[in-house]
Design a protein around this ligand. Structure first.
Ligand code: SAH
Length: 262
């Protein structure tokens, strides 16, 4: 009996942003090892007898060491089970999915990757922010505010030279410092900025401003992680391009008549 692991992206939050392939895999899973940012509604798609393992860290709690997560996947696969490793967004965008895949590959355990919609792009779209609007940006740069322990901190001034949209994940605890460094590096204080919390979920919040005042605005609005920080002209498009998502329920879309298109 040979087990297999599917590294699956759950998308940014709205359960209906799951891919058809991901939904199929979840419905066939024998074990699901999932993160904190995966929507409950997606987890409910698992079969009744599926074992559910939560390896997500809660704020202020120590995260489960990556090695333990890798071991958990390995053990289940070795028991011959179909294992779904379900991660928020895309499994290879800052989710340490690459490390999990390497651990499996090293031991010759079969695996497959099902990409998901990353919050860095899809999450922004739900906030009315087109990541590369032609008027504002010809590139976009997705950066983490949270580096591997022991690595030198990022020199944010170097990003001020880039013309494209800057999307920062896991940067909320450092937002003041990041924005100040961008300005110190030469970014104009008027550059539009936005913070999007819980992008694509029902409780999505968006705060807009400029690189000079976004940190203060976010503090005033008490908006915290998990959130995306966007710096660049596209952030200002939120005002005109925000929309209400029509449907956020898998059952409604997949099994019955939806009001998505009337
Ligand atoms: N693999 C994920 C990113 C994992 S890192 C992806 O592709 O989206 C976790 C960080 O992603 C969070 O701290 C936050 O900065 C961002 N993030 C993920 N989902 C989010 C959401 N729905 N809204 C806002 N930020 C989100």
């Amino acid at each position: 009996m040979k087990g297999k692991v599917w590294l699956v992206g759950a998308g940014p939050g709205d359960p209906t942003l799951l891919t058809v392939k991901a939904l199929y895999c979840i419905r066939k899973a024998e074990v699901i090892v999932y993160d904190r940012l995966v929507s409950k509604e997606i987890l409910q798609e698992a079969p009744d007898n599926c074992r559910m393992v939560n390896v997500g860290k809660l704020p202020n709690f120590h995260p489960i060491p990556q090695d333990d997560i890798n071991d958990c996947l390995i053990q289940f696969a070795r028991q011959g089970l179909n294992v779904v490793r379900l991660k928020g967004g895309d499994p290879y965008v800052f989710g340490r999915g690459g490390e999990e895949a390497e651990a499996l590959a090293e031991l010759g355990i079969e695996f497959e990757v099902i990409p998901g919609i990353s919050s860095a792009i899809g999450g922004l779209a739900y906030a009315g922010i087109p990541v590369t609007h032609r008027d504002c940006a010809s590139s976009f740069h997705v950066v983490t505010g949270h580096l591997k322990q022991g690595k030198d901190p990022l020199d944010w001034t170097q990003f001020s030279k880039l013309d494209g949209t800057l999307v920062i994940l896991m940067g909320m605890s450092q937002i003041k410092h990041i924005c100040q460094q961008l300005i110190d590096g030469g970014k104009s204080s008027n550059t539009p900025a936005a913070v999007v919390r819980y992008a694509s979920r029902e409780n999505q919040q968006v705060v807009t401003g400029t690189v000079a005042d976004i940190a203060r605005r976010v503090e005033e609005a008490k908006v915290t992680s998990p959130a995306l920080i966007v710096i660049g002209g596209v952030a200002a498009k939120h005002t005109t391009l925000s929309f209400q998502a029509t449907c956020r329920h898998i059952g409604e879309l997949v099994e019955s008549e939806s009001d998505l298109i009337k």
